[in-house]
Design a protein around this ligand. Structure first.
Ligand code: PGA
Length: 251
């Protein structure tokens, strides 16, 4: 199966011109038969990025659960559909941490986005304090996040979903220590299996995120149960991200 590589640009770059230029450089090296690449810029740059993409897909970093209405500052799944956004990131640890996004909010977003036919990239992952308690605690923590995120999704909408295992300490904005690839695979597999077997999702892909770069990407993608990567910092450097895409295309 083709690997899925997602560029999570977070709140970068600083202008639509720079966003389009970066997207164009990245898109050029994508061979869609061998790899699936998604670029998730900040909302204001979605149009500029879309206009240069030929082979990559468009993603958004967040989504609001209502379609329209008095929700100041929010961008809904309905509005994203108009922009032809295909993927949405939900539950990123930075949003959970700094914007106090709760499991309940994550659940509403997942339900609304799946109902709307958007492809959800659901992020889960434990903080360092939980990691220090050992594997059982990590499994318990992430399973809790997963079960709460999908609790209200009706069976008929339990189709395609991407689960991104991103331990908070591994993300570059945390401690930035990349997770050991063997451990990452075990967790990615555990998360994907939980959604497929326990929660009855039909088409689950499991990816890893947290300080992925051109040097370590192969370690992760060589793992049988890791279907791709969610890349933050390294996706803002054209050469680095192109290297990641090229490696992913050959696996
Ligand atoms: P990072 O970010 O690759 O910079 O660690 C990953 C993410 O937050 O999705």
């Amino acid at each position: 199966m083709k690997k899925l590589i997602i560029a999570n640009w977070k709140c970068n770059p600083d202008s639509p011109g720079r966003a389009a230029a970066l997207a164009k450089k990245i898109d050029r090296v994508v061979s869609p038969n061998n790899v699936e690449v998604v670029i998730a810029p900040p909302f204001p740059f979605l149009l500029a990025v879309r206009s240069v993409l030929k082979k990559s897909k468009l993603g958004a970093q967040n989504v609001f659960w209502e379609d329209v209405g008095p929700y100041t500052g929010e961008v809904s799944w309905h509005q994203l559909q108009h922009l032809r956004v295909e993927y949405v990131v939900v539950g990123h640890s930075e949003r959970r941490m700094w914007l106090h996004e709760t499991d309940e909010m994550v659940g509403k977003k997942v339900s609304a986005a799946l109902k709307a036919g958007l492809k959800v990239i659901l992020c889960v992952g434990e903080p360092l304090a939980v990691r220090k308690q050992g594997t059982a605690a990590v499994l318990r923590y992430t399973r809790n996040q997963l079960s709460r995120a999908v609790r209200n999704v009706p069976l008929k909408n339990r189709g395609r979903i991407v689960v991104a295992y991103e331990p908070i300490w591994a993300v570059s904005t945390g401690l930035g220590i990349p997770c050991d690839s063997f451990e990452a695979e075990q967790m990615v597999h555990a998360c994907a299996a939980y959604l497929a077997i326990k929660e009855k999702f039909r088409d689950v892909r499991g990816i890893y995120g947290g300080s992925v770069d051109g040097r370590n990407i192969k370690l992760y993608l060589d793992m049988e149960y890791i279907d791709g990567a969610l890349v933050g910092g390294a996706s803002l450097k054209a050469e680095e991200f192109k290297k990641i895409i090229k490696i992913a295309s050959k696996i």
